[in-house]
Design a protein around this ligand. Structure first.
Ligand SMILES: C[S@@+](CC[C@H](N)C(=O)[O-])C[C@H]1O[C@@H](n2cnc3c(N)ncnc32)[C@H](O)[C@@H]1O
Length: 262
């Protein structure tokens, strides 16, 4: 594993318990959208959930697909432990890099929420998630784009941290050459934070800022926090960030219909 991937794994190990408490309820509407978009008309085969974290997708997948093999995959040992607690006997959870999946999975569906933007190579990642599908299978990905809002807690964090490169986002659809593009749109829901400090601390201790904190250290984070709070409004903070939903289907084999299954 590269240094970057092991630091990412370590950051999500540290974040996992708090992520489940702070972010999972706030991200729930996007998880529901992703699972709803997967539909029920799928070929035989397992449903894979790359970057499953604590596996909130499973609460929606398990009742809809009682007879399917459901598989979560995540880099972080602590996320995998919490995902296995959630899964009980309902799903398998595999620890490892989901950035390049083995096409041997022969999946009916792949659904992934808020993991793609974390991969070292999201373009290769989304292609590999498509390549594991059987004919007629569907891939549903929801991820945070580099610009998820013009103002609000996410935008302010981007401003104080500095924008990352977003060129890879334009390369996602071209990388899915051969796929039937069913949806490519921005999906927005309201999200509420008790105040700016609560959001910053959650992002730092339980979220995506943890990896940068491990890389840059406490003094960097203290400076970032001071600059963030200096520009943030006082009190409860509501915003409407936009995530990108991409749903594609692999063409069924010629002459082969896809019977509805559940
Ligand atoms: C923001 S969480 C999303 C978790 C869950 N899907 C949800 O919606 O709550 C991102 C997850 O992606 C995982 N992750 C990041 N890079 C990964 C990789 N290369 N392979 C597998 N998992 C990865 C992290 O460990 C983390 O659990």
């Amino acid at each position: 594993m590269t240094d970057r991937l092991s630091r990412l794994a370590q950051s999500w190990d540290q974040a996992a318990e708090g992520y489940e408490q702070y972010f999972v309820p706030r991200f729930a509407p996007w998880v529901r959208t992703a699972v709803d978009t997967l539909g029920s008309s799928l070929p035989d085969g397992p449903i894979l959930v790359p970057c499953c974290g604590t596996f909130p997708e499973l609460d929606l997948l398990a009742p809809r697909f009682p007879d399917r093999k459901l598989v979560g995959l995540d880099l972080s040992a602590e996320m995998v432990r919490l995902a296995r607690n959630r899964a009980g006997g309902l799903a398998e959870v595999v620890q490892g890099d989901a950035g390049r999946l083995d096409p041997g999975w022969g999946a009916a569906g792949v659904v992934s929420v808020f993991g793609l933007q974390q991969l070292p190579d999201p373009v290769a990642g989304i292609r590999s998630w498509y390549d594991v599908l059987r004919p007629g299978g569907r891939l549903c990905v929801v991820y945070w784009p580099e610009v998820a809002e013009e103002s609000g807690p996410f935008a302010l964090l981007d401003k104080v941290v500095g924008h990352a490169d977003s060129a890879w986002e334009d390369a996602l659809i071209p990388a899915l050459d051969g796929a039937v593009i069913e949806r490519d749109e921005l999906v927005s829901y309201p999200m509420v934070h008790p105040d700016a400090a609560a959001y910053f601390d959650a992002a730092n201790l339980h979220g995506p800022l943890r990896a940068r904190a491990l890389e840059r250290g406490d003094a960097y984070i203290a400076d970032l926090r001071a600059r963030y709070l200096a520009e943030a409004p006082v009190g409860e903070w509501t915003h409407h960030p936009r995530a990108r939903l991409i749903a594609v289907r692999k063409q069924p084999n010629r002459g082969e219909a896809t019977p509805p299954t559940s």
